[in-house]
Each structure stands twice: as structure tokens, then as C-alpha cells.
Design a binder for this molecule. Structure first.
Ligand code: ZN
Length: 204
């Protein structure tokens, strides 16, 4: 039975490596896979899916915010694999659900659950709502041996809570951290500004 999968993990949890391994296994059996990525993750070029371990391949579909994922593109496909799914729009997740249900194609989505402010990405939220199967790809905290659950953003070694959550290129670095080290690494000012932002949003 085909399912919609959400395999989430922090940065550095080898999600893309896992995706590439699944694609390799299907293709070794002579089965057809479709690799899909969002249009604005341009760290490695528009069409490439690249893991930090260095493996890479071309995506078959690059989906921009306004694109529609049509179910008819999945005729004869044995498995669809989605990289960086957190950058997809919620309606894309509904469209992937249709691919599973109408074409009986398993769709395996890899991505972050939450951004560097610990808040769900809209696409990840929709996937948590619609997925048949939710699995965690685990890795350890950058600072200790606890499981990492958050993504800490740093610019020039200083932890940050500012900036857009969809920015993936630039000078910032992201590290997997546990909750204790996430809090420790952020200075109090950043934390207070987050709380103010949250309060403003609640009052608006
Ligand atoms: Zn830690």
C-alpha cells in the first residue's frame, strides 16, 4: 500500500544521503524513481540534490512556490522522493497526498521539522497533518551526546534568531543541537526579541 512518508531530522542528519540511497536501491532493481526538490534551494545549483557527504544527482522536478504538482506526471513511477520538503508550500503537500492516493505511488519526503526559531515550517506542518508515516532521522547534538532536535543558526559564530526562515544560502551556518544547548547558545537579547515577536503576533 502506497503511503505518504515524512522523514524529518535536523540539519546534518544525513536526510539527503538517505534519499539518494533509497533512489539507488529502487533503480538497481530497474524501478523508476522521481526526485523532486524546491526551486529556491540554490546552495548546490537549481537542479542538483546534494548531500553533505558529497553524493549528488539531478532532480527530475524542481518545484517553485507557484508550481502545481500534477498527478499525471507520476504514471509508471515506482517511488517519488522529495528533498528539502520544508520549503514546499502547504498546497504542494496536498498535491503529493493526491499522488499517493490517485496513482498509488509512495512519496517519501525528507526535510526539517522546524526552523531555527523552533517553529514548524508551513510545509512540514501540513506534512505532519497528512502523512501516513512520520519517522525521525536522528543525529546527536553538536555540543553533547543528547539527540539533536533543533537547528541553531549562527553568523560569524554568534547564535541568531533573526532573519527569514527560508534563507538557505549566505554566510549563516546551521548546527544540530539539543534543547539545552539551543538555549545556552543564544544570548538573552535574542530570546527576548523572539518573545516580543510572538507576543506581537498574538496581539495582532
Ligand atoms: Zn547538547
Amino acid at each position: 500500500m502506497a503511503k505518504l512518508y515524512f522523514r524529518h531530522g535536523t540539519v546534518g542528519s544525513a536526510k539527503t544521503l538517505n534519499l539518494l540511497a533509497v533512489a539507488h536501491n529502487y533503480e538497481r532493481q530497474g524501478k523508476k524513481v522521481v526526485v523532486i526538490k524546491p526551486g529556491f534551494d540554490d546552495r548546490y545549483g537549481q537542479t542538483e540534490v546534494t548531500s553533505r557527504a558529497g553524493l549528488t544527482r539531478e532532480a527530475h522536478m524542481v518545484i517553485s512556490a507557484t508550481d502545481r504538482i500534477e498527478v499525471n506526471q507520476f504514471d509508471g513511477v515506482h517511488c517519488a522522493l522529495v528533498d528539502e520538503v520544508q520549503f514546499f508550500q502547504p498546497q504542494h503537500i496536498d498535491q503529493l497526498r493526491d499522488v499517493v492516493d490517485q496513482k498509488r505511488v509512495p512519496v517519501i519526503c525528507y526535510g526539517l521539522r522546524s526552523d531555527f526559531r523552533t517553529q514548524l515550517f508551513p510545509g512540514s506542518r501540513r506534512l505532519l497533518e497528512l502523512a501516513d508515516s512520520i519517522e525521525e532521522i536522528k543525529t546527536t547534538c553538536h555540543c553533547c551526546n543528547r539527540k539533536a532536535i533543533f537547528n541553531l543558526k549562527s553568523i560569524d559564530g554568534v547564535a541568531q534568531l533573526d532573519g527569514p526562515s527560508q534563507q538557505v544560502a549566505g554566510d549563516e551556518t546551521f548546527q544540530p543541537v539539543c534543547s539545552i544547548h539551543f538555549t545556552e547558545q543564544l544570548d538573552l537579547d535574542s530570546y527576548e526579541s523572539l518573545n516580543e515577536t510572538t507576543r506581537d503576533r498574538e496581539m495582532a
